[in-house]
Design a protein around this ligand. Structure first.
Ligand SMILES: *[C@@H]1O[C@H](CO)[C@@H](O)[C@H](O)[C@H]1NC(C)=O
Ligand SMILES: *[C@@H]1O[C@H](CO)[C@@H](O)[C@H](O)[C@H]1NC(C)=O
Ligand SMILES: *[C@@H]1O[C@H](CO)[C@@H](O)[C@H](O)[C@H]1NC(C)=O
Ligand SMILES: *[C@@H]1O[C@H](CO)[C@@H](O)[C@H](O)[C@H]1NC(C)=O
Length: 333
């Protein structure tokens, strides 16, 4: 009788162990990365406040299918606590990006030519998501885990508490980025090294800030048109105790170039309403030449042991960042 009981218990234990092993083996890939037909994502830990909400907007364009799919997959891999949002009023596009793990918000405020207004996208995102940081990035920009590491390093530093903290960076213009490269940081960095061109420090395609950032006085500039970056950065670096951090050295941003020639590198220039923001800013007095990553008073840098440090650039800032001639220079993109 006693023996029978022991055998029964042993059998039960073995069956149980086998079941646990089976479940573990079957679902283990889910814990790290999910691969489902044609998209990837890191599962989110919903109990943690997201570190970052990353948002953008684009409209349907067959010529950009690979580029958009790359962006979706690449942002999905960033980190478990990054929320991704597309602003669109296109129902079919909404459905497609939602089925790939993104959230969708409607476009409610646009300029007179129908392009979304950046400031209102920030406000709508802040109302919809509670995260530590918020970032707008152009819809053709890919990142690596350097982005998350840089944000975390800045957050931990003495700048982390600043209400007007703003993180920006340069980009690498890169053609023919494949799905394979977009979803593998190592391959993406290899692609940048072999065929990427570092864009001028005035072409800034993403802005990372907190809810406390002083956006209220900001004009209704629209995304994807020239001078939106120049103006935002110029105003930020011109404030007396500015907390702008250039994270280019520790976070690679890849601009997927999809059109041939120079046109592909500066797409905003080929739009009919290319000067929309320029016209809005005409009456304002501001320092155009300061709208550059070079004028950020702080930058991130990797130390020998690979930890990210925040450095102060104030002492050797370029002359254009401190001279006081307003509106003297040509428009930059
Ligand atoms: C999710 O985050 C919470 C809070 O930080 C943590 O306690 C929990 O272990 C995390 N869960 C997973 C699956 O990582
Ligand atoms: C991704 O690519 C497929 C075709 O391969 C296309 O149907 C789909 O619209 C693309 N996704 C986006 C968001 O453009
Ligand atoms: C990108 O692809 C096109 C078409 O396949 C090719 O002609 C071009 O040389 C490629 N460009 C780069 C930089 O690899
Ligand atoms: C890396 O080096 C910095 C100084 O450069 C030091 O403060 C930090 O503690 C080091 N980190 C590790 C993990 O060794």
């Amino acid at each position: 009788m006693v023996q029978k009981d022991v055998i029964l218990k042993t059998v039960c234990l073995v069956v149980f162990m086998l079941q646990v092993t089976f479940i573990y083996v079957k679902f283990k890939p889910d814990i790290q990365m999910k691969f489902e037909s044609n998209y990837y994502y890191n599962p989110r830990n919903n109990t943690k406040k997201p570190l970052l909400t990353l948002f953008t907007s684009w409209s349907e364009d067959k010529g950009k299918y690979i580029c958009r799919n790359n962006t979706i997959n690449n942002w999905n891999l960033l980190h478990e606590n990054v929320v991704r949002i597309l602003f669109t009023n296109d129902a079919a596009l909404s459905y497609r990006v939602m089925s790939m793990g993104w959230k969708v918000l409607p476009i409610t405020k646009v300029g007179t030519t129908g392009v979304p207004i950046l400031k209102d996208m920030f406000y709508a995102t802040m109302a919809a998501e509670d995260s530590l940081f918020y970032a707008y990035a152009n819809g053709d920009i890919l990142f690596t885990d350097g982005l998350i590491k840089s944000i975390k390093a800045v957050k931990k530093s003495k700048l982390g508490g600043a209400r007007d903290l703003l993180m920006i960076g340069q980009r690498y213009d890169t053609r023919n980025v494949s799905k394979n490269e977009a979803t593998n940081y190592y391959k993406l960095i290899t692609a940048v090294k072999s065929r990427g061109d570092l864009h001028r420090p005035e072409g800034i395609d993403y802005f990372i800030l907190k809810k406390t950032y002083p956006l209220h006085g900001f004009p209704d500039l629209v995304i994807g048109r020239i001078q939106i970056d120049t103006y935002l950065v110029s105003i930020a670096v011109s404030s007396s105790h500015s907390h702008v951090v250039d994270i280019s050295k520790t976070s690679i941003a890849v601009h997927q170039v999809t059109l041939p020639g120079k046109k592909g590198v500066r797409e905003g220039h080929s739009k009919q309403d290319t000067s929309y923001n320029v016209k809005l800013l005409e009456s304002k007095k501001w320092y155009k030449r300061r709208g550059s990553t070079m004028c950020a008073p702080f930058y991130t840098k990797r130390s020998k042991n690979m930890t990210i440090k925040i450095k102060d650039r104030k002492t050797d800032m370029h002359i254009k960042c401190t001279e006081n001639d307003k509106n003297k220079n040509k428009a930059n993109d």
